[in-house]
Ligand binder design. Structure first.
Ligand code: SF4
Length: 485
């Protein structure tokens, strides 16, 4: 097992975590599956289950990728002032690059948005970060966001630094305390600002680490820390490493800024810390490139730190200039459907999952995220098509179908039905067939692979009839016994 994952395993054992749930997706699937975590239908439900566990005295963890934070944001934001019971940690994996996501996102911004603490450890700090997150969560009755990135989780060599462990949790986890309802919503917010935030600021200040050397300083966070340690030693620069991204250790940062003539912020993927500070260098000033930071990027940035602005033209990566990492498998049973779709003259909304791979062959026109296609196609001016996988349908797509039926939308829904989440490692998908038949009794089922002409005939026929049409394309993923890719 990779060093980074070992540390998380050890920390969860040491804090006595009793419930771990997840939604698969790069870069967190391996971690969650190695922990034997319970799969959830979507991230909001995962967090709700964990909140229930926490309320009844079970320490719990929710594991999601960065896009999943958008789905669980509602109960997460409410939990800040609602309060919780036993320690509860949301571990999020930001996909740098991105390699397995539609967008690159920096989950640290959920800290200021929700008022919750965000820890951003490097790989060697993972054990300390997990135990600290549970300690703070249980002491202050709030969930803690533990932000990791793909390169931190993939670090094979990371060995835990166990020299400076925070105090351990009590043997008896707390349960939810109903006395919070003595306060109004305004009172609960006042309590958060007056009691919880100052305690978080203290925890943030006391966990920041400083190595003082020259008159140039680097503030580094997350996966950049090991690299910054090496380059700072090489160049005689000082280093400040905050464990908390929210709240930032502002007293330590201010002291560091006063002590150094010039300061560079090295972090990723966004300029989160840099955007909170004045007069520093980083990505916003063009000293560091967007994308992963390499040793030479950091050396060059330190060498040019005396120049205030290095912004220039950015060469944007194009689809034509980079070979597709993945495409629809040649023996995929749904290939005839994608070919038929590419000949349709109506707008087609696709969904995350294997369907997204058909964008390049022109089968779908747009993809606004997992579970989005039915809602998007319901807004089309004329009857169009939504293509959704059965996993995406269960995740959040089914609400789009309910809405379409409720408002008598003109939309043709095609479900790619293979009973696995093929894109994230072939996890089993809940069987919704009876639910769908109850919603659309006249739904059609077509066994795949079927001839293209037959598929095209059915699609055109359904497009001519008003209202919601539902066609299930049933097939078996030919890759489902292989490794996730
Ligand atoms: S992984 Fe399975 S469902 Fe996805 S394209 Fe390949 S064969 Fe088709």
């Amino acid at each position: 097992m990779r060093g980074a994952l070992k540390q998380i395993h050890q920390a969860l054992r040491d804090v006595g975590a009793g419930y771990i749930t997840y939604v698969p997706g790069y870069p967190v699937t391996d971690l969650a599956q190695s922990l034997g975590a319970e799969i959830a239908v979507n991230e909001k439900v995962a967090l709700e289950c964990a909140l229930g566990a926490s309320a009844t005295g079970i320490r719990s963890m929710v594991i999601v990728k960065q896009l999943g934070m958008n789905i669980l944001a509602d109960p997460l934001a409410i939990s800040t002032t609602h309060t919780t019971g036993a320690g509860i940690v949301v571990l999020v994996g930001d996909d740098l690059g991105p390699r397995g996501s539609q967008i690159e996102m920096d989950s640290r911004f959920y800290g200021p948005l929700t008022g919750l603490p965000v820890l951003d450890p490097s790989a060697p700090d993972l054990y300390r970060a997990v135990t600290e997150a549970f300690r703070v969560s249980e002491e202050l009755s709030i969930p803690v966001i533990l932000r990791t990135t793909s390169d931190v989780l993939e670090d094979a060599s990371a060995v835990a630094d166990l020299s400076d462990m925070p105090s351990h949790l009590g043997d008896t986890p707390r349960c939810f305390d109903r006395s919070i309802w003595e306060l109004t919503a305004k009172g609960r917010h006042q309590r958060h600002l007056a009691k919880v935030l100052p305690a978080l600021r203290e925890a943030s200040e006391s966990s920041a680490r400083m190595d003082l050397r020259g008159d140039t300083g680097v503030i580094a966070s997350g996966s950049v820390v090991p690299l910054a340690e090496t380059v700072c030693e090489e160049t005689g620069s000082s280093l400040l490493v905050p464990l908390y991204s929210h709240p930032l250790p502002l007293i330590a940062i201010e002291r560091f800024l006063e002590m150094h003539r010039l300061v560079l912020v090295a972090e990723g993927p966004g300029p989160f810390i840099e955007s909170h500070l004045k007069g520093v260098r980083g990505r916003l000033t063009g000293h560091l490139p967007y994308g992963p930071i390499k040793p030479n990027d950091l050396r060059t940035a330190i060498g040019l730190v005396h120049i205030s602005d290095l912004r220039g033209e950015i060469e944007m990566e194009t689809a034509a200039g980079r070979p597709a990492r993945r495409s629809i498998c040649q023996s995929c049973p749904f290939l005839p459907l994608y070919s038929a779709l590419s000949r349709m003259d109506v707008p087609i909304a696709g969904d995350a999952g294997c369907t997204i791979l058909s964008l390049r062959m022109g089968a779908v026109d747009m993809v606004y995220g997992l579970g989005s296609s039915i809602g998007v196609a319901s807004g089309f001016k004329e009857k169009g098509i939504a293509i959704v996988g059965d996993y995406a349908l269960a995740h959040t797509g089914i609400q789009g179908l309910i809405n379409a039926i409720w408002h008598r939308k003109n939309v043709l829904v095609g479900v790619i039905w293979n009973r696995v989440a093929a894109m994230t490692g072939f996890q089993e998908v809940f069987d919704l067939e009876h639910v769908l038949r109850a919603l659309v009794p006249e739904m059609r089922i077509l066994e795949m692979p079927a001839p293209e002409q037959e598929i095209e005939r059915i699609l055109r026929e359904e497009l001519r009839s008003p209202g919601v049409s539902l066609v299930i394309f049933k097939g078996t993923c030919v890759k489902q016994n292989s490794r996730p890719y």
